[in-house]
Design a protein around this ligand. Structure first.
Ligand code: PEP
Ligand code: MN
Length: 339
């Protein structure tokens, strides 16, 4: 077990930690001092919570080879990612929106216009769809990619779409501005390695059964291969709850923001699976500190071939985008006032 100390933890704090461990019958050894102190622990602590409450401890980790690059090196360390004329991870919250899948080109341009007019920063649309059933619509593939790129050019929005394997990633790299690695592929380490060696920023969605550590380790694969432009997206996890499609784990947002310098997003559409829940969860995500949201919006959700019930009507996007901006300004104003 490894204990990562806060980057600004002093030598005295390190000593105080070792003393506490000794008093509890545990053996701690300082194994790194830079860029942060790391203590290797032997013995069985009473609980993870107890360890995390000890002097100077930012994070306690079970993995033998933990993430290093995904962690903050100082309180203010933050990655910003430039896409077109927008800076992701800076003060202005990032809004990524669009249909689940690229389908009808006119619908796509029509919804893209609404999104652009109301301040969205990126147009999303799946063309390689990882569907639970082989009988469901699998996406338009290369043709869809071109439709998405056309729509983005027509309205002036950069585009993001999901890669499901190395071949689709190669196609996407030629044409898109950001590549998404979806929940089902968060554990696809070969794909992560390839995207980490690629040239596009990566929008990495949390596996729906992934722990925080596993999520950050997936990001670590991308960073370790040399791609510094990684975004993390919470999109709901599997729980016993049956009132929504997944359970939005908002509690991971402040934890990720505290530990990592990477921009943190929330996708309330896949989390809830219900149009009527999307705005409330999107706003809660911003209030919790998220750098941005990804929401599904479709020109005619009742005709959508994928995820219609969770897709917003275009008319619902305008008030939501406005409220997101307002909430972020209140949130950040308060943050400044407190500092
Ligand atoms: C999507 O964004 O359309 C998608 C399939 O998301 P996830 O991987 O989170 O299920
Ligand atoms: Mn979808």
């Amino acid at each position: 077990m490894l204990l990562f100390l806060y980057p600004d933890a002093t030598e005295q704090t390190g000593e105080a930690l070792l003393t506490k461990l000794r008093e509890a019958g545990l053996q701690g050894q300082l194994v790194a001092e830079r860029p942060r102190r790391v203590v290797r622990l032997r013995g069985a602590p009473q609980s993870l919570e107890w360890l995390q409450g000890l002097p100077g401890v930012q994070h306690a980790l079970h993995a033998l080879k933990p993430f290093q690059l995904a962690l903050k090196t100082s309180e203010k360390h933050k990655t910003t990612i430039r896409v077109a004329d927008h800076s992701i991870g800076s003060a202005e919250p990032t809004i990524i929106a669009g249909p689940c899948a690229v389908e009808d080109p006119e619908d796509l341009v029509s919804v893209a216009r609404t999104l652009k007019r109301n301040g969205a920063h990126l147009l999303r649309g799946g063309v390689y769809k990882p569907r639970s059933s082989p009988y469901d619509f699998q996406g338009l593939g290369r043709e869809g990619l071109e439709l998405l790129a056309d729509a983005g050019r027509t309205v002036g929005l950069p585009i993001v779409t999901e890669a499901v394997d190395e071949r689709s990633l190669e196609e996407i790299e030629d044409i898109a501005h950001v590549v998404q690695i979806g929940s089902r592929n968060m554990h696809n380490f070969e794909l992560l390695k390839r995207a980490g060696a690629g040239r596009l920023p990566v929008f990495l969605k949390r596996g729906f059964a992934a722990t925080l550590e596993e999520f950050l380790l997936a990001a670590e694969y991308l960073l370790e291969r040399g791609n510094p432009n990684v975004m993390l997206c919470e999109r709901g996890i599997r729980t016993f709850s049956d009132h929504s499609r997944f359970t939005l784990d908002l509690s991971i947002v402040p934890r990720l923001l505290e530990l990592s310098h990477l921009p943190v997003f929330v996708d309330p559409s896949h989390a809830s699976g219900r149009r009527r829940s999307v705005a409330a969860l999107a706003k809660a995500a911003i209030a919790a500190g998220a750098d941005g949201v990804m929401v599904e919006v479709h020109a005619r959700p009742d005709r959508a071939m994928c995820d219609g019930p969770q897709s917003l009507e275009p008319g619902a996007f305008e008030p939501l985008a406005e409220q997101i901006r307002l909430l972020a300004s209140v949130r950040d104003g308060q943050r400044e006032a407190v500092q």
